[in-house]
Design a protein around this ligand. Structure first.
Ligand SMILES: *Cc1c(COP(=O)(O)O)cnc(C)c1O
Length: 218
């Protein structure tokens, strides 16, 4: 695995962060990735994250990358590093509330719907704008919107994937120069997985989420 991680790292520009997606993989495998130097780990389910978190070193940064239900936020609020999957005002409000209880600010990304598939969660750019404009969101003191996350369509059609990433990058730039021009913290564009991370980086990704290319097939 160490070799795989090293080879992968040579393909990532310095400014692109690597989140190792550990879902379904056992602790010993994750520890191997930790020992190879990785510190950012992504899980898509709360239950799995809270089972693994106490078994790994405390300096691991935990990323929640899957759909999050309001009744589960309280379990990850004490420690989660970045939530990639904000898809409603309701979930953001609950994160704000639980973050306040833990006396912390939780960094979040808005998940934007870019794929042609029906099943992907996320906000349309219009919904994202609406959410950002809402007074409720502007009053939230314990969440910080740090950027966007998106998943491209699962397809061999590179042109389609490329154009979806381009759309997301364009929207990211729009928000950065219009809504977040005074906030340096709006700087994360989470896009790219094992099958499409090179394309995503070409299109301006700053954070890739990679499982299979590190741990093998699930
Ligand atoms: C599983 C998952 C990944 C990683 O997928 P791989 O193809 O194994 O690299 C990335 N992002 C999200 C949201 C996922 O659920």
């Amino acid at each position: 695995m160490k070799r795989r991680i090293e080879r992968l790292k040579t393909k990532l520009p310095e400014q692109v962060a690597l989140v190792a997606v550990t879902k379904t993989h056992p602790i010993n495998q994750i520890m191997e990735a930790y020992e190879a130097g990785l510190r950012d780990f992504g899980e898509n389910k709360v239950q799995e994250m809270i089972e693994k978190q106490p078994q790994l070193p405390a300096d691991v940064r935990w990323h929640l990358i899957g759909h999050l239900q309001t009744n589960k936020v309280k379990y990850i609020a004490p420690f989660v590093h970045l939530i990639h999957s904000i898809d409603s005002l309701k979930i953001l409000a609950e994160i704000n509330k639980q973050a306040a209880k833990n006396e912390r600010v939780i960094d979040c990304l808005l998940q934007i719907y870019i794929a042609a598939e029906e099943t992907k969660f996320g906000l349309s750019p219009e919904e994202a704008l609406q959410l950002l404009e809402s007074e409720k969101v502007q009053k939230m003191k314990n969440v910080r919107i740090c950027g966007l996350m998106g998943m491209a369509t699962f397809t061999d059609n590179q042109e389609q994937v490329k154009s979806e990433f381009k759309t997301l990058k364009k929207f990211f730039n729009h928000l950065k120069s219009n809504r977040f021009s005074k906030e340096d913290s709006f700087n994360i564009l989470s896009m790219g997985m094992s099958g499409d991370y090179l394309l995503a980086i070409e299109e301006g990704s700053t954070m890739v989420r990679i499982g299979t290319a590190i741990f093998g097939l699930r």
